[in-house]
Design a protein around this ligand. Structure first.
Ligand code: PMP
Length: 443
């Protein structure tokens, strides 16, 4: 074995080998076509292999492939920074570039600390996150994440930062109207900050709309209104992780906008280059930049490939494709995708079908009444994934390994450009995959 795969030996040998790709389609070495209903993990927003992006990459490679952005600037990087500053909500006007979502989260964790140290509050170090969340696989990002399945082995290496429960209305047991429940859930943060002492807490991090851990969860807007109030009142920076849901996935340019909340730091990845080159960014609010400048406090952080000119040239081209027309199409395509899943609405093993924009989460339960999840050892989501893939549709399974924090689920997040016919195929294939596994389970 010459490549050490994520899952180790035993799982990968069966993986299809992809040798070509176009639109929403992957082509295997055997010439079979697979419909990409997950866009990787919500990455390939513009579909596969558009020639204009390949041209941008080649043109930049021929001009300047690499310089250190610690000592030089390049036009492609400057251009992406300007575009991001105008796309993201005010006052997020400064972009810091790295290469992956995890690195962008690490940057935000460190910059939050810089901000407090510069202001003369060096005891602030904790970054509070939520259970059943995923912010990346590096040690800081994982410490801020609450996905227990991904953390277990590494727990001794991670800072012991506290967590609140997820924004997960389907499984909340708070009383009252949706608004009251949302406020009650957000106030968990306030209680935690008070208990730990605000002087020890640097930031709160959350995905505004649930991504791969609990896909397509969007709480009542009161939730983030309250989170914003708590962060401001207790001096925490609010870090919005839009690595998966930024750039139109929710039918808005950024999920925060749909929820009416403005973070202090926003992390972006995946859709920034739509998968064509590794690049991610941390957007920083004016007030944070000004604080660092006032105190002459440097940000001691960066990577060899921060602001890589070729990745930036790709992102520069990709950003031009994120137009209001595309976002309107995303909303329309998302509605249609949800309609194709209508046969699952009352299905005995489907607890909830959630959708935000063109991200759909189908949550599987052993019992619709009690919402009891399946035994993780039954691998229900993985088996549904396998059944759909056997019929030529790639989806994104998850959840069963998250210690019962989230049930088994499937995420659908096809390219934002997915064709109408492909949407129908995704729906039909997923419905029949769910039926098949439900039959096997005796429903
Ligand atoms: N944050 C979120 C919300 C993500 O979905 C991911 C990746 N799935 C990350 C961070 C980490 O990004 P990367 O894998 O590019 O490091």
């Amino acid at each position: 074995m010459s490549v050490f795969y994520k899952w180790g030996a035993g799982r990968d040998p069966g993986h299809p080998e992809i040798v070509d790709a176009y639109d929403s389609t992957l082509v295997t070495a055997e010439g079979e076509e697979i419909l990409d209903a997950a866009a990787g993990a919500a990455v390939a927003n513009l579909g596969h292999s558009p020639p204009d992006v390949a041209d941008a990459m080649a043109e930049q490679a021929e001009r300047v492939g690499y310089v250190s952005t610690s000592h030089f600037s390049v036009p492609s990087v400057e251009s992406v920074g300007e575009k991001l500053a105008s796309m993201t909500p005010d006052p997020l006007n400064a972009a810091f570039f790295v290469n992956s979502g995890s690195e962008a989260v690490e940057s935000a964790i460190k910059l939050a600390r810089d901000y407090h140290v510069a202001r003369g509050e060096p005891t602030r170090e904790a970054v509070i996150g939520r259970w059943a969340s995923y912010h990346g696989s590096t040690l800081g990002a994982l410490a801020a994440s609450g996905n227990t399945g991904r953390r277990t082995t590494y727990d001794p290496l991670l800072r012991d930062w506290p967590k609140i429960g997820p924004a997960y209305p389907y499984r909340w047991d708070h009383e009252g109207s949706p608004e009251e429940q949302a406020i009650a859930a957000a106030r968990e943060l306030e209680r935690l900050v008070r208990r730990r002492g605000p002087e020890t807490v640097a930031a709160f991090i959350a995905e505004p709309v649930g991504g791969s851990s609990i896909p397509a969860t969007r709480p009542h807007p009161a939730y983030y209104r309250e989170i914003r109030r708590i962060c401001s009142e207790y001096g925490l920076l609010f870090i919005a992780d839009e690595v998966m849901v930024g750039f139109g996935r929710t039918g808005e340019p950024f999920a925060c906008e749909g929820l009416g909340v403005t973070p202090d730091l926003m992390v972006l990845g995946k859709g920034l280059s739509a998968g064509y080159a590794p690049i991610s960014a941390m957007m920083v609010a004016d007030g944070v930049v000004e604080t660092l400048e006032e105190h002459d406090h440097p940000f001691q952080h960066g990577h060899t490939y921060s602001g890589n000119p070729i990745s930036a040239a790709v992102a520069d081209r990709v950003l031009d494709r994120y137009t209001e027309d595309l976002f309107a199409a995303v909303r329309r395509r998302g509605r249609r995708l949800e309609e194709t899943l209508e046969p699952l609405a009352e299905h005995p093993i489907v607890g909830e079908i959630r959708r935000v924009g063109l991200q759909v989460g189908v949550e599987f339960v052993a019992d619709r009444e009690t919402k009891a999840p399946f035994d993780p050892d039954a691998d229900v989501a993985d088996r549904i994934y396998d059944a759909a893939l056997a019929n030529g549709v790639y989806t994104y399974p998850g959840g069963g390994s998250v210690d019962g924090q989230a049930g088994d689920h499937l995420m659908l997040a096809p390219p934002l450009t997915v064709g109408d016919g492909d949407i129908e195929t995704i729906g039909e294939t997923v419905v029949s995959a769910v039926n098949r596994v439900a039959d096997e389970e005796g429903y």
